[in-house]
Design a protein around this ligand. Structure first.
Ligand code: UDP
Length: 380
């Protein structure tokens, strides 16, 4: 770190990092948080990004933004399976990424590329341009251990350090791709402490109409106040949400629905007492970092494993075992928010939150790992 500061004082060129995030909310957030942290350590940052879900440059006035075409059409965005979009992007981004990086190299040296591990095409580009590449895994470490052989990676020197929870480590500005509806904060202010169940299934999970009906009646019958995020495009075949007849009447006094919420602020609000989540890793971490217990409805990928850890290993949440069933939902909400069992779960999540906060304090494991990461980059 001293080396970087000295270089800035002496006017020598500071090391230049090229960052390429995967253009999905749960991947953009940690990547930009990491880039902000590295910039605070003295690195200069160029962010190469797709047109699709491009981050807002005005939130990061000190980064150099370089857009690349991705070839995605509007109709693909609203209809295509997210996994197919990932394959597509890995195909279409390779050539423009190579060109943009070559142009940057003709202006001056690049220390290394930092990219999302799902952008596997970057290996070929990094090899061609003889640039070192660091991968950010935005999922949980336990997921990495089950999808790859941790030992093998370690033996080959390919696995070194995870530096989270980044959401608390690197506060910074909002990276939200969708407009966050802050009106729900005033509504939360009017609710009693720890009574509201916050319901959100992240940026990619989608449901059929039957699921939505069960979710709606589960919430209505639980008798608890709720804040429910229904994202545009999250209900198969329906652009607009149609809730079951009688639902609005029954919940008008104690329910709020938004398109997209300022999630971290919601979770930090004193009236929020539970989070019904799909257990995307960011949502899971954000919930733990605010000491909020969870109801788990994993959708795909690492979410199943995360949910199991939340409910069965750390025991800071309850997993719904039968998909979306209104009686089970109602019972889970009441167990978490009203019954004595919920009190124990809440105490455990507060302990976990304390542990997470220690990690990012001076001397904590993540604090040390961040310095280790800077050392690795400087040794490249
Ligand atoms: N998020 C948000 N508002 C919402 C719902 C989600 O800002 O209404 C943010 C949330 O804080 C998290 C990200 O979107 O940082 C979702 O990431 P996660 O890994 O949980 O799930 P994914 O969207 O990748 O499935």
């Amino acid at each position: 770190m001293e080396v970087l500061r000295d270089m800035q004082i002496q006017g020598t060129k500071v090391p230049h990092l090229v960052i390429l995030p995967l253009p999905f909310q749960g991947h953009i957030n940690p990547m930009l948080q990491l880039a902000t942290l590295l910039q605070s350590k003295g690195f200069s940052i160029t962010l190469i990004h797709t047109h699709f879900n491009s981050p807002n440059p005005s939130n990061y006035p000190n980064f150099n933004f370089e857009p690349i075409p991705d070839g995605l059409s509007d109709s693909q965005l609203w209809t295509e399976d997210p996994v197919k979009i990932l394959y597509f992007l890995n195909d279409t981004c390779q050539a423009p990424f190579h060109d943009r990086l070559s142009r940057l190299l003709s202006d001056g040296p690049v220390t290394c590329i930092i990219t999302d591990e799902i952008f596997y095409f970057t290996k070929a580009v990094a090899d061609q341009l003889k640039l070192p590449r660091i991968l950010l895994n935005t999922g949980s470490a336990t997921y990495a251990t089950t999808t790859a052989s941790l030992k093998l990676l370690q033996q080959n020197g390919l696995l070194s350090i995870t530096v989270g929870p980044l959401c608390k480590f690197s506060p910074g500005s909002s990276n939200s791709l969708l407009t966050q509806d802050y009106s729900c904060m005033a509504w939360l202010d009017k609710q009693a402490p720890q009574t509201v169940i916050y319901v959100s299934f992240g940026s990619t999970a989608s449901f059929d109409k039957r699921n939505v009906v069960e979710i709606a009646w589960g919430l209505a019958n639980s008798d608890q106040p709720f804040l429910w995020v229904i994202r545009r495009g999250s209900i198969h075949g329906h652009d607009q949400v149609e809730l079951p007849e009688g639902f609005e009447e029954k919940t008008r006094e104690r329910g709020q629905i938004v398109n997209w919420a300022p999630q971290q602020k919601v979770l930090a609000h004193p009236s929020v007492g539970g989070f019904w989540t799909h257990n995307g890793w960011n949502s899971t971490l954000e919930s733990i970092c605010e000491g909020v217990p969870m109801i788990c409805s994993p959708y795909l990928w690492d979410q199943n494993l995360n949910a199991r850890y939340v409910s069965h290993v750390w025991r800071v949440g309850i997993q719904l075992e039968n998909g979306f069933d209104r009686s089970e939902i109602e019972w889970a909400i009441r167990r978490l928010m009203v019954e004595i069992e919920g009190k124990d779960i809440r105490e455990r999540v507060r302990d976990l939150k304390e542990n997470a906060m220690h990690c990012i304090e001076k001397g904590g494991s993540s604090y040390e790992s961040l310095d280790g990461l800077v050392d690795i980059i400087m040794s490249l």
